[in-house]
Design a protein around this ligand. Structure first.
Ligand SMILES: NC(=O)c1ccc[n+]([C@@H]2O[C@H](COP(=O)([O-])OP(=O)(O)OC[C@H]3O[C@@H](n4cnc5c(N)ncnc54)[C@H](OP(=O)(O)O)[C@@H]3O)[C@@H](O)[C@H]2O)c1
Length: 333
């Protein structure tokens, strides 16, 4: 099969287009013919070597986490899927590789593709959709009537998280530059802060939750917009001790992780707030819930650009530049 392969870690290092063997299917997996693959910041960060400690992959590695496609084969223990089914998924860590013509996906991580979406639209959803789900619902238990500040509302995670928060009945504030204000309003944002001309900490007060996706300074300022009992969930670090446990890290990594977040955890505690880091996981049953929300029209995908398969490196560069309005997808079939 054709695939885009990471041979050596390196900043902005191009993936090599190569002929690779189709990965062997395990009993609990489904082989998916990839029609489209979503591109994520995680792909560019992995390529750069930023995740070596947390996700120690062996190279060469076919990159790519999000897939939409058609089932071509199922393992002996698979019950819910059959050849011909249209599906989508965020593949599991250490079993990624959607920038390829075929990828095996664990049955437990797979869901039927929303019927009202194209393959490209479906491929744009899993990683960011599950991130929003796990941040707002699992970690913060966001409720109707609560107020949430979702940073970078025009990005991949933001465009999904705004819609999910509105569906849950929350009031949503977000940051974006002026050019994207109408986009985030159309997704349901109630308060829009232009981060280039305004400081969000001057505008927002007494929020129940912040979804932090930016740098350390932004994280620090986010503490000030929350009310006592509020939750600060960060997807851009620093990792917390629970994350060390989640990845079953060796003792020294657990210690590093604890130290990295000790400052923000201490400050949060002093203000009566809860700090949690989220590193999203593949999850087929949550993705099924997302399918339902997409099919009822509660959530729609927002796609900025679709690149042809041969331009996968250009798609990664576009995402890395950090200006995407919604999602970037590679069309493979
Ligand atoms: N831990 C996890 O499980 C997890 C999961 C998913 C993502 N992430 C991380 O979360 C971050 C966001 O991911 P993403 O996929 O949403 O990124 P993205 O799609 O690349 O974000 C691009 C958007 O961010 C906006 N933006 C850039 N700087 C901003 C700022 N200072 N304030 C507000 N908006 C700003 C841009 O709008 P303008 O053009 O208007 O500036 C653009 O629309 C990344 O660091 C990613 O690695 C973590």
């Amino acid at each position: 099969m054709k695939a885009f392969v990471l041979e050596r870690y390196g900043k902005k290092r191009a993936l090599r287009s190569a002929e690779m063997p189709t990965p062997e299917l395990r009993d609990d997996e489904v082989l998916v013919e990839v029609h489209a693959a979503g591109v994520n910041q995680l792909d560019t960060k992995l390529r750069d070597g930023e995740f070596k400690l947390i996700l120690p992959y062996r190279l060469p590695l076919v990159l790519g986490h999000d897939v939409a496609g058609v089932v071509v084969e199922v393992g002996s223990r698979v019950r819910q899927f059959k050849p011909g089914d249209e599906v989508y998924a965020r593949t599991d860590d250490f079993r990624i590789g959607t920038f390829a013509q075929f990828v095996p996906v664990k049955e437990a991580s797979l869901a039927f593709k929303p019927k009202n979406l194209t393959m490209e639209e479906a491929a744009s959803i899993p990683l960011v959709g599950l991130t929003a789900w796990q941040a707002l619902i699992e970690k913060a238990k966001l409720k109707k009537g609560q107020r949430v500040f979702i940073q970078a509302g025009s990005g991949g995670v933001g465009t999904f998280a705004i819609q999910l928060a509105k569906h849950l009945g929350a009031t949503v504030a977000t940051t974006t530059s002026a050019a994207n204000a109408s986009l985030v309003k159309s997704l349901g944002a109630d308060v829009v802060v232009d981060y280039k001309t305004q400081d969000f900490e001057d505008v927002l007060r007494d929020y129940d939750m912040v979804l932090n996706s930016q740098d350390g300074k932004t994280l620090e300022k986010s503490l000030r917009v929350l009310k006592r009992g509020g939750k600060l969930v960060s997807i851009s670090g620093p990792p917390d001790p629970d994350f060390g446990k989640q990845i079953a890290a060796p003792a020294f990594v657990k210690l590093v992780v604890r130290l990295l977040s000790s400052g923000v955890r201490r400050k949060a505690k002093r203000r009566g707030l809860d700090y949690a880091f989220l590193f999203m996981k593949a999850n087929g049953s949550q993705l099924r819930e997302i399918t339902r929300l997409v099919e009822t029209g509660a959530i729609r995908p927002v796609i900025d650009r679709v690149f042809p398969f041969e331009s996968t490196n250009d798609a990664l560069a576009y995402v890395e530049a950090g200006r995407a309005k919604g999602k970037v997808v590679v069309k493979i079939k």
